[in-house]
Design a protein around this ligand. Structure first.
Ligand code: FES
Length: 141
């Protein structure tokens, strides 16, 4: 089909039968955006220490937060706890100088075992086992 024939066919509507369905099916507004990086194992956090994404974990005192888990390089190894404060759900961080996990919202402080050092939180953070095989950390949470 040359250009002249295409224009003539468009005018008569015979090409529209093929074009319109393709346009309608490719632009559905309610389609959810696909997750570009879906987690194949929810509840399992796998960290490759050679991946720059996890570079914050390499130095002593570094930490990384993902999937509601804070993974910490204490200098003596890696530990993992829930990153969700048990008071009202803010995200805790790690203070290497003090060796504890402060919550920025209302001042709760947790130890590296997850126990409450300072309220208002009164329940400990969940602690998870970290399995290290070479440069790979696996945490089931
Ligand atoms: S949410 Fe952490 S102290 Fe309140």
């Amino acid at each position: 089909m040359n250009r002249r024939e295409l224009i003539r066919n468009l005018a008569t509507g015979s090409v529209a039968l093929f074009v319109v369905p393709a346009v309608l099916t490719s632009c559905a507004k309610d389609d959810p955006d696909p997750d570009p990086n879906p987690n194949p194992n929810p509840g399992v956090l796998t960290i490759d220490l050679t991946n720059a994404k996890y570079g914050s974990l390499v130095p002593d005192g570094g930490f990384y937060v993902d999937q509601g888990v804070i993974v910490i390089n204490t200098g003596d190894g890696f530990i993992a706890l829930s990153s969700v404060c048990t008071h009202q759900g803010c995200r805790v961080s790690y203070n290497h100088g003090n060796g504890n996990l402060p919550c920025p919202c209302h001042g709760s402080i947790f130890s590296t075992t997850g126990s409450v050092l300072h309220g208002p939180a009164n329940s400990p953070l969940a602690k998870y086992v970290v399995v290290q095989e070479g440069d790979i950390l696996t945490i089931v949470h």
